[in-house]
Write a protein that binds this ligand. Structure first.
Ligand code: XMP
Length: 326
């Protein structure tokens, strides 16, 4: 019989056998997979594991805290946080093209992670230890897919931690390789990973950087974060989180329209709601959200986020539209 307790017991054995007394490193993204993989490895080898969290400043409201505070409190992992927010903003300054943004974010991410990994390796070396292993939250469908050749995945350049330089070669520890997403969630809950992480909907690696159409600036990130937090709060309140695959909230940074708010005329930006229903993100349909939920989200965003004076709903399936706008 499949149950999370058995999976944990079995993986703990395997991880211990693979790793021995070497040190292990893991990059945390705030998502389900890397978090559950890290929690499993922590359960198996405790403080032999060091997690690295690169705060690129492109996460949604509360997500960095979920990793830095809640996840650490729940699992006891040793965490190295790299505050790279300024670095990413600087690298993205003046850039509007979606693929260029993705490439910059991917490149900076690898560089920052590399530097942090090197520091962990050097620290361990100072104590006579070696870091030999890197944890990856690879799931069964990823294993199958990467054997499956070309697909829609190549329409946009996805970024994951890969391609580390030669002097930073690690063996991989992949404790989720035999699991499907729902099984990973069950294992995560059993390990005490916070529910907000376990149930987090898919979120792209480049984060809010590809949910701002146009240049990414600190001000626009703040605007989008505020609008996104309201949308998420209302969808949760309406009990819709598990009905929807995900709901990107997008700021049209280069579009303005006239509105009337408070004391007068405004010339603000639109926010797009992109709720989708899907099985695997390869195809998707737009979710028919209840009108009253849409109304509440719209009213709250335009009342509470001064830079936004219009909320629009994306009613496009995939194909032809991708889920994300960039
Ligand atoms: P699209 O926009 O291609 O998105 O229909 C399909 C799914 O993939 C997510 N997505 C990404 N995930 N890195 C990721 O880890 C990325 O660069 C990336 N781009 C898109 C998207 O949120 C959706 O779930």
């Amino acid at each position: 019989d499949w149950n999370p307790g058995n999976v944990i017991a079995e993986q703990v054995e395997r991880i211990r056998a693979q790793v021995g007394d070497a040190r292990v490193i893991c990059g945390l993204s705030g998502g389900v997979d890397s978090s559950v993989a890290a929690a499993l490895v922590q359960r198996a080898v405790g403080d032999q594991l060091t997690c690295v969290f690169v705060d690129h400043g492109l996460l949604r409201a509360g997500e960095a805290e979920q990793v830095e505070k809640d996840f650490v409190a729940a699992t006891g992992v040793q965490l190295k946080v790299v505050d790279a927010r300024e670095r990413f903003l600087t690298a993205l300054a003046g850039v509007s093209d979606p693929e260029t943004k993705r490439k910059i974010i991917g490149r900076e991410f690898i560089r920052v992670f590399e530097d942090a990994a090197r520091e962990v390796v050097e620290d361990a070396g100072a104590h006579g230890d070696t870091v030999k292993f890197l944890v990856q939250g690879t799931l069964y469908p990823d294993v199958v897919e990467s054997g499956g050749g070309e697909g829609a995945a190549n329409i946009k350049s996805h970024h994951n931690v890969g391609g580390l330089p030669d002097d930073l070669q690690f063996d991989l520890v992949e404790p989720l390789r035999t699991l499907f997403k729902d099984e990973v969630r069950a294992v995560g809950l059993e390990l005490g990973v916070p529910e907000a992480i376990v149930w987090r909907q898919p979120f792209p690696g480049p984060g809010l950087g590809i949910r701002i159409v146009g240049e990414v600036t600190a001000g626009r990130l703040e605007t989008l974060r505020a609008a996104d937090a309201i949308a998420r709060e209302e969808l949760t309140r309406a009990g819709l989180d598990r009905e929807i695959w995900q709901c990107p909230v997008v700021l049209l940074g280069d579009v303005r329209s006239v509105g009337v708010q408070g004391d007068g005329r405004t010339y603000g930006h639109p926010i797009v709601l992109r709720p989708v229903s899907s099985e695997d993100a390869m195809t998707a349909d737009w979710t028919r959200l209840p009108y009253d939920v849409l109304a509440t989200i719209s009213t709250r965003i335009t009342n509470e986020v001064p830079e936004v004076n219009r909320v629009v709903l994306d009613v496009t399936s995939k194909p032809p539209g991708t889920i994300e706008w960039e």
